[in-house]
Design a protein around this ligand. Sequence first.
Ligand code: GAR
Length: 192
Amino acid sequence: MRIAILASGNGSNFEAIVQAVERGEIQGEVTLLFSDKKEANVLKRAAKYQVPAYSFAPKQFDSKEKYEAALCELLVKQQIDLIVLAGYMRIIGSQLLQAFPQQIINIHPSLLPSFPGLHGIKDAFEYGVKVTGITIHFIDDGIDTGPIIAQKTIDLDPDETLQTLEEKIHQLEHQWYPKVIANIVRRRSNQI
Ligand code: GAR
């Protein structure tokens, strides 16, 4: 199974997934990393693990549709079976959704449908929640919406800070995103 990871930022989830592949826990290969941000740290991590990396930004195109058409063409050409969003901070448009039905998953650092968007951890923390967590889901055309695959929770400590919560959330993500991907790959490989 050929997996593509799309990311816009740091890439810690990218690295956790690639390490799980290297340990043989995910029966697939990370065939490519795409970033819409040329300066994103995830590109350095891709180089470190020798994962072929591609990067272009919407502003290089006349329209968002053309940007997405180029991304779609890349993923189709590379015969990608599963698209994993790992901190990819853009809405996926209809072209990609139609080309890859039930093949695009996302991770979000809150218990959706609460606190979608760019700042899930901070928004939940500032709201004063006592429990938060992570959500892994198939995507649709909304922001952090679509059928939920898995959720994991964290209880906030009385002396929790935003920083300690961020660390806990990221640990949970690195533990569970590879496991969920491994399950999806296993199930789908058995269907073929
Ligand atoms: C992760 O916490 C992920 O859940 C979040 O971006 C971070 C990326 O971290 N995604 C979203 O907020 C999606 N709305 P990383 O670049 O270190 O993997």
